[in-house]
Ligand binder design. Structure first.
Ligand SMILES: NC(=O)c1ccc[n+]([C@@H]2O[C@H](COP(=O)([O-])OP(=O)(O)OC[C@H]3O[C@@H](n4cnc5c(N)ncnc54)[C@H](O)[C@@H]3O)[C@@H](O)[C@H]2O)c1
Length: 464
C-alpha cells in the first residue's frame, strides 16, 4: 500500500468565474486518503504507549482515536494531572506512570509516541529504539545538531520505524502541491516564501500555569533532565519554548513545520548551503530568550527560501508561495474560498504567458515606427472572435474537506508502517534535515549574528 496513494474526485465545480482578465478559476475538494479507514484484523492491532501527554500529547491521543487497528495501552508523564487527561481522552483506564522506562520495558508495546519537550527527544528516541520500539517523535526532532545524528544512528542501528511529527507532509493538500511541483507546471522556481504569523498571547507561548502544578504533582527534577538544575518554575514548565535549555523558539516551533513542507513538496532532503537569520523581541519582553519575530533566508542550490514568523501581527496566518516562471503555487492555512469553508487551501495560478504587447520602451520610438510595431503585433495576436472568452488558462483551487485532519493521516501513515515495515513519509533522516535547517542553522545565525554555513562532511554548522 503506497502511503500517498489516494483517489481524488474530478474537479467539483462549485463555481467558475473570472477572477482576473484571462484567468478562470476551478475549485476542487480533495478526497482524504483511505489509510485512516483501512480495516485491520484484530490480530494486527498495534499496541502503543505515549510519553508526554501535555498539549500535543493530548491532541495526538485524540487523533489516534480515528486511526483503525491501534490501541493505546500506557502513558507516561511527569505531571500527575496529565495521567487523568490521557484516560479521559481515551475514555478508558490505561497504565499511567511517571516512569517512561516502564513503557519501554513492556514487551507487549510495539511503538511509542514521544511528545515530551524538545530537550527530552534524544534520550527518549534513543532508549525507545534500543528497547526495540518503533517511534513517532514530535517535531523538531532534535534539540541540537549532535542530538539529531545520535537519534538517526540509534533508529537505524536498531532497525526501527521512526516518524517525525510535522504532520503537513501527510496532508492531502501537500500531496497535491507535490504533484504540481513534480509536473513542472511551475517552470523554474527561484523563490519560495513561507510565513506563519500569530497575534495572541497563546500564540506567543504565554500559557496559563495550571493551579495544581507544583513540585508534588510534577517530577521537576526529572523534567529538567540534563539542563541546569533550578527550583520549580511553573513558567518554564508551561512556556519551555521560550528558553534555550528546552526549546528553540519560533524556529523550533514553526520554522521546522514550514521547512518540512517545503522539503516535502520540492523533494529536497538536505540542509541548504547557507542561512541568514534576523529578528528580535519587540513585544514579549518577559525574560524569554527567543525573538517574537524571526526571519531567515536560506540558499539552496536552485532557489532561495525566505521564512518569517511573527507573534505580533496576524495579517497573514500561514502562507506558502512557490514562485515559478510559468506559475505560482500558494498554500494557505486559512482562506479557502467561502464555498469550501474556512480551512486550508492550495491554489495554482498560471503566470501570464508573456506575449502582451510591449508598451514601455516603445514610448520612446517615433510615432510611425511605434504604429507599425503595434499593427504588426496585432496581426500576430488576433483577438478572439465575438462570443469567445479570452481565457488563457485556469487557476486551480483545492481544499481539504471539512473536518479533515492531516494529523490523523500522519499517525495512520506511521502505524501502517509499523505493521507493514514499509517506509514512513517523514523518517529520521528527513526529520533531522528539517531540524538542522529550520532550527539549528536559523538559530545559529540569529544568535551569532553571522551567516550560518552547513558543512556536510563534518556534520556541523559554522560561520561564513
Ligand atoms: N506537531 C505539532 O503540530 C506540534 C504542536 C505542538 C507541540 N509539538 C511538539 O510536541 C512536543 C510537546 O509539546 P507540548 O506543547 O505538548 O508540551 P507540553 O509542555 O504541553 O507537554 C509536554 C509533557 O511532557 C511531559 N514530560 C516532560 N519530560 C518527560 C519525561 N521525561 N517523561 C515523561 N513525560 C515528560 C511533561 O510533564 C508535559 O506534560 C514538543 O516537542 C513540541 O515541539 C508539536
Amino acid at each position: 500500500m503506497k502511503p500517498f496513494s489516494m483517489t481524488r474526485r474530478d474537479f467539483v465545480r462549485l463555481g467558475t468565474g473570472s477572477v482576473a482578465a484571462g484567468i478562470a478559476t476551478k475549485v476542487a475538494i480533495l478526497e482524504p486518503t483511505f489509510l485512516r479507514a483501512a480495516p485491520a484484523p484484530a490480530s494486527d492491532t498495534v499496541r502503543f504507549g505515549i510519553i508526554g501527554t501535555g498539549t500535543q500529547g493530548c491532541d495526538l491521543l485524540r487523533a489516534t482515536r480515528s486511526v483503525p487497528g491501534i490501541e493505546c495501552v500506557a502513558a507516561a508523564d511527569l505531571y500527575d494531572s496529565r495521567h487523568e487527561s490521557a484516560k479521559a481522552i481515551l475514555q478508558k483506564n490505561i497504565d499511567t506512570t511517571r516512569e517512561y522506562r516502564r513503557l519501554l520495558d513492556r514487551k507487549d508495546i510495539d511503538a511509542v509516541i514521544v511528545a515530551a519537550p524538545d530537550h527530552w527527544h534524544r534520550r527518549l528516541v534513543v532508549e525507545a529504539s534500543q528497547a526495540g520500539k518503533d517511534v513517532y517523535c514530535e517535531k523538531p526532532m532534535s534539540h541540537t545538531t549532535e542530538d539529531g545524528f545520535a537519534m538517526v544512528d540509534a533508529v537505524q542501528k536498531n532497525n526501527r520505524i521512526c516518524q517525525i511529527g510535522s504532520q503537513r507532509v501527510s496532508s492531502i493538500l501537500y500531496a497535491k502541491a507535490k504533484e504540481i511541483w513534480d509536473s513542472g507546471r511551475l517552470g523554474e522556481v527561484d523563490t519560495i516564501e513561507a510565513v506563519w504569523d500569530r497575534n495572541t498571547d497563546s500564540g506567543a507561548w504565554v500559557y496559563p500555569i495550571p493551579p495544581d502544578a507544583n513540585e508534588k504533582t510534577i517530577d521537576w527534577d526529572t523534567w529538567l533532565g540534563d539542563t541546569p538544575k533550578r527550583p520549580f518554575d511553573g513558567r518554564r514548565f508551561v512556556s519551555w519554548r521560550c528558553y534555550k535549555d528546552y526549546g528553540a523558539g519560533l524556529p523550533g516551533d514553526l520554522f521546522v513545520h514550514l521547512i518540512s513542507g517545503i522539503h516535502y513538496v520540492t523533494g529536497i532532503n538536505a540542509p541548504p548551503m547557507r542561512a541568514y537569520s534576523t529578528g528580535g523581541i519587540y513585544h514579549y519582553k518577559d525574560g524569554r530568550e527567543f525573538g517574537d519575530l524571526q526571519w531567515t533566508i536560506y540558499d539552496y542550490p536552485k532557489f532561495q527560501v525566505v521564512l518569517r514568523c511573527n507573534q505580533n501581527n496576524k495579517y497573514e496566518d500561514q502562507l506558502f508561495a512557490f514562485y515559478g516562471k510559468k506559475g505560482t503555487l500558494f498554500i494557505r492555512g486559512e482562506g479557502a474560498p467561502a464555498a469550501l469553508g474556512a480551512g486550508a487551501s492550495l491554489a495554482f495560478r498560471p503566470e501570464p504567458p508573456f506575449h502582451a504587447q510591449e508598451d514601455y520602451s516603445v514610448g520612446s520610438w517615433p510615432a510611425t515606427q511605434r504604429a507599425e510595431y503595434v499593427a504588426e503585433w496585432k496581426r500576430e495576436h488576433p483577438r478572439p472572435g465575438p462570443g469567445k472568452a479570452e481565457v488563457e488558462s485556469e487557476e486551480e483551487v483545492y481544499a481539504a474537506p471539512s473536518g479533515y485532519s492531516d494529523l490523523v493521516d500522519h499517525l495512520a501513515n506511521f502505524f501502517q508502517a509499523v505493521r507493514t515495515r514499509k517506509p514512513v513519509v517523514e523518517n529520521e533522516t528527513f526529520g533531522n534535515n528539517a531540524a538542522l535547517t529550520g532550527c539549528h542553522m536559523s538559530n545559529y545565525s540569529y544568535f551569532n549574528k553571522t551567516v550560518a554555513v552547513w558543512n556536510a562532511s563534518s556534520k556541523s554548522i559554522t560561520s561564513a
